[in-house]
Design a protein around this ligand. Structure first.
Ligand SMILES: Nc1ncnc2c1ncn2[C@@H]1O[C@H](COP(=O)(O)OP(=O)(O)OP(=O)(O)O)[C@@H](O)[C@H]1O
Length: 299
């Protein structure tokens, strides 16, 4: 994080964000700030409310509470906001009847910050050619085209909702590498949801876990690494000692007992077995099963 990002206004601010569908409350009053220049992972089970949260930020759905994105109310000022926001969602589709070059021409007419040259540049190195009809592209090529389009937009905020759904591992890795190497700068902010959280963990600066419409963890990755520890312990005596330290999670896997601790110093754990930082997917499993992972924000 640079000084500028430390002192600048958050890119997204939400206060008491609630959403109801047909009388049923789906989001229960989320409060968060997303600063500039960060890469956020938004993680939660199916139906937890990730897409609804993103849709509220993008002005695609109405909500109760307050959201400001780049200082604007996204629902009231969607058109203005979209000059500086780009997004890919698992349901967004490109116009299939167009050729690739026609899509670029269309976008350069409707989007003030779209660069045809950049879009073409991003496609070099792929099998996609400007003359191709979009409907003939494979799923992987379609995702590459989508990424090229989004990366050709000079946006301050990029929102990716399951951007690599249905892609094979090679395409997924290439997708994230391209995004990091060719797009991310300190002025840009990226928010990603995915169920393959281990694949994006390396690039995240911050994480949000959402469970049943509540934000149960919102933390910088550095803090996650300091705060949480995983211990693998094989002997009954050391396991007993570990339990006495109040793990937030315990599981027996392949004959080994794995504990996750929140805020227990590593030098207290080290005599009891092998200590490491839990992966995000391990932490996710551990925290999702607790009654509350973060009592001040969870309900
Ligand atoms: N248009 C809608 N009408 C009614 N209910 C909806 C609508 N959209 C979403 N929901 C409900 O809101 C809840 C949250 O859905 P949402 O799509 O935000 O979850 P998600 O965390 O993105 O899930 P997934 O990982 O499966 O994409 C779910 O219970 C879903 O059924």
């Amino acid at each position: 994080m640079t000084d500028t990002t430390l002192h600048s206004e958050p890119v997204v601010t939400a206060r008491g964000l609630k959403k109801r569908f047909g009388g049923k409350e789906i989001l229960h009053g989320l409060d968060f700030d997303i600063p500039a220049g960060r890469i956020y992972g938004l993680v939660g089970h199916n139906g937890a409310g990730k897409t609804t949260t993103l849709n509220a930020m993008l002005g695609l759905t109405s909500y109760e509470g307050t959201i400001r994105v780049l200082g604007e109310d996204p629902f009231a000022r969607r058109a203005k906001l979209m000059e500086n926001v780009a997004f890919i969602s698992d349901v967004a589709s490109l116009p299939r009847f167009l050729r690739v070059r026609e899509l670029f021409a269309l976008l350069s007419n409707i989007h003030p910050n779209f660069s045809v040259d950049k879009a073409r540049d991003f496609l070099s190195g792929t099998d996609i050619r400007p003359e191709m009809k979009i409907k003939t592209l494979s799923k992987g090529m379609m995702a590459q085209l989508h990424l090229a389009v989004v990366m050709a937009i000079d946006a301050k905020l990029l929102v990716l909702d399951e951007p690599t759904l249905g892609l094979d591992i090679t395409y997924r890795k290439r997708f994230y590498r391209r995004l990091l190497e060719d797009y991310m700068t300190e002025e840009r902010t990226l928010i990603i949801t995915t169920h393959q959280v281990d694949e994006i963990e390396f690039m995240l600066s911050d994480i949000m876990f959402i469970r049943d419409g509540d934000l149960i963890l919102h933390m910088q990755m550095e803090t996650v690494n300091e705060k949480f520890a995983q211990l693998v312990s094989n002997e009954p005596e050391t396991q007993e000692a570990a339990r006495a330290l109040g793990p937030v999670y315990e599981e027996t896997r392949f004959g080994q007992t794995v504990f996750v601790f929140d805020g227990v110093a590593r030098d207290r754990l080290e005599p009891l077995g092998k200590v490491s930082t839990p992966t995000l997917s391990d932490l996710f499993v551990a925290l999702m099963q607790r009654p509350t992972a973060n009592p001040e924000t969870a309900r």
